[in-house]
Ligand binder design. Structure first.
Ligand code: ADP
Length: 574
């Protein structure tokens, strides 16, 4: 048969094959990243210790960064300020020395004056090649006389390095020294900060000149670099140390908490003898002692409850057993009276019938009580054999047909061709189904009762639905309680004990199955039994829905007459 799904799949896979390798790599990398992110998120959520360590390290890092940058700034400011103070002092003394050289020279021609300027600048600049100071001598901005002496430089730092603002400041206030920070390029081409100090000098015949001293701050910069490196290493060490301390501290606290969680888990799984180790006097030891005291008290209470429950179970079982013998005698006497009721006058005959019915009810109540006490004592065992549930249903229908006929209900089975074989205890399953069908007849108000069978890979299910009185909200959960009845005053015609559904649920549980109920007042009820096909299998879903079959939920004359179910035992509906 032609389907669209194959060509589409083929096309998709071919496109995937043709996709460029880069795209595939990117997709693989993205999914790997997502996996790692999910793993990290899981780790973060599940480990208190990790959260404490990471938070401590982050907070530590923030504090260390703030403190470190503040200290670094203060040290840098201090170093630069110190250097500016010494630069000013040096520049003052050197300017005075230069001025006195020019003053003592007297009047001379332009060539000699230029020569003198070169000599003075050469002397003022630092001796040797350490470049701790450079000098620039240049004509003042407002000196309009003949330029007899050119700009003289002691080294590589030229006039363009002098900021225009500094020159304007000197022109505006020639009697005071002016200082600024600038950037110059060092011998190796790197940029170095420098302090430039400028003041006025007067050259004989040439007039006002500006004398600048440039002090490179490379040593200070080097010192700051060492400080920054030391701070960074210190910060890393401190943050790691904080992480280590947080790890040790959280281990001390988290370990006992983890142990407590483990012990609590084991306790809740039924190992009531589990206890925490509680040594010493500290808070953890107190936690351990309080935990152990709680576990002791719980264990004691559970033991007392178990004892009480055992006594009660024993009592119920003993009473039921004890009542059996007198009941057998009463039964024989009752049967004798019942058989000879035709010889009595009518009122005595009626009493004989009532006695007979009540003895029946008493007998079934006793056997139900005995059965339930067997469940309570854990003595109920399965007698498993592979059974086709279709046969079990046929037997159930046969055994309830008389009751259905009496109540005017039609029993319908929705047929299935598939064999519904499961490993079950047929006696118990038949008892469950008989109870469900009998209830559906009794509470079905004479309307049809539908039995449906379903099967899937893991489970088989039987649903029994009626369109009778139904169940009110919340009653679907209560019907399985012992002796619970929706209407305690309701006339009992079939001799129900009030234990039927409680026993059915225990039987279903013994199989590892489910028994569910659904109902709506005036619409009807549906009971669904789901059992695993193989003993020990865990069932995940039921093959049947928990609701009335479609033709029941919306009854119409047409659907009544052409209903698909097969009527196994039919009588005229009232
Ligand atoms: P019993 O039928 O002997 O009273 P069960 O345990 O079988 O005891 O049922 C408990 C109660 O659940 C019933 O009394 C009745 O109120 C309610 N119930 C059971 N089956 C149905 C049903 N098909 N429709 C409505 N109510 C029901």
């Amino acid at each position: 048969m032609f389907t669209w799904s194959r060509p589409i799949n083929v096309t998709r896979s071919r496109i995937a094959q043709l996709a460029p390798p880069l795209e595939r790599h990117v997709r693989a990398a993205r999914s790997a990243l997502q996996r790692v992110a999910r793993w990290l998120l899981h780790l973060w959520r599940s480990s208190l210790q990790l959260r404490v360590i990471v938070s401590t390290m982050l907070l530590g890092l923030i504090v260390v960064l703030m403190l470190g940058s503040y200290l670094y700034q203060r040290i840098a400011d201090g170093l630069v300020n110190d250097r500016i103070i010494t630069a000013r002092a040096e520049a003052t003394s050197q300017t005075l020395a230069a001025q006195s050289r020019f003053d003592s020279a007297g009047r001379m021609d332009a060539v000699s004056l230029t020569q003198l300027a070169f000599d003075v600048v050469g002397q003022l600049s630092s001796p040797g090649a350490d470049r701790s100071r450079e000098v620039i001598l240049t004509r003042a901005k407002n000196n309009t006389g003949p330029a007899s002496v050119p700009t003289v430089l002691s080294g590589d730092v030229g006039l363009p390095s002098v900021p225009a603002g500094l020159r304007t400041a000197i022109a505006a206030d020639p009697t005071h020294q002016q200082v600024q920070l600038i950037l110059i390029s060092s011998v190796d081409g790197a940029t170095v900060p420098a302090a430039i100090v400028g003041s006025r000098v007067t050259l004989p015949a040439a007039g006002q000149y500006e004398l600048y001293f440039v002090f490179p701050l490379d040593r200070e910069q080097q010192t700051l670099r060492v400080v920054a490196r030391t701070f960074s290493l210190g910060a890393i060490a401190l943050v790691l140390l904080l992480g280590g301390v947080a790890y040790v501290v959280t281990r001390i606290v988290v370990d006992p908490v983890r142990r407590a969680a483990l012990v609590a888990e084991r306790l809740s799984s039924g190992l009531l003898h589990e206890r925490m180790g509680a040594h010493g006097e500290d808070d953890i030891a107190r936690l351990g002692k309080a935990f152990n005291a709680m576990a002791d008290s719980l264990q004691e209470q559970i033991r007392q409850l178990e004892d009480l429950s055992r006594v009660q179970q024993r009592f119920v079982s003993d009473v039921s057993h004890e009542l059996r013998t007198p009941l057998t005698t009463i039964r024989m006497a009752g049967d004798l009276i019942h058989d000879s009721r035709h010889d009595f006058d009518p009122s005595v005959a009626r009493s004989a019938e009532l006695l007979h019915n009540e003895i029946d009810r008493f007998e079934s109540l006793l056997s139900d009580l005995l059965e339930i006490s067997r469940f309570d004592a854990g003595a109920a065992v399965l007698d498993v054999e592979a059974t086709d549930l279709r046969n079990t249903i046929v037997r159930t229908i046969e055994s309830t047909a008389a009751l259905a006929a009496r109540r005017g209900s039609r029993l319908e089975v929705i047929p299935t061709d598939r064999p519904c074989v499961a490993e079950i205890d047929p006696r118990r399953v038949e008892r469950i189904l008989r109870n469900l069908v009998a209830n559906a007849i009794e509470y079905g108000e004479g309307r049809p009762v539908t039995v449906q069978l379903g099967v899937n890979a893991k489970a088989v299910a039987v649903s029994v639905c009626d369109s009778g009185v139904g169940l009110r909200a919340g009653e679907a959960a209560m019907v399985f309680n012992r002796f619970w009845r929706a209407d305690p005053a309701r006339a009992r015609t079939t001799g129900g004990t009030g234990l039927g559904l409680a026993i059915s649920r225990e039987d279903a549980r013994l199989h590892g199955g489910w028994l569910h109920a659904w109902g709506e007042p005036g619409v009807g009820s549906c009971f669904r039994l789901t059992l695993p096909r193989h003993t020990g299998t865990v069932i995940e879903s039921s093959p049947l829905p928990l609701r009335l079959p479609k033709e029941r939920s919306a009854p119409s004359p047409a659907s009544e007459s052409t209903s698909s179910p097969v009527a196994i035992s039919g009588v005229a509906e009232s």
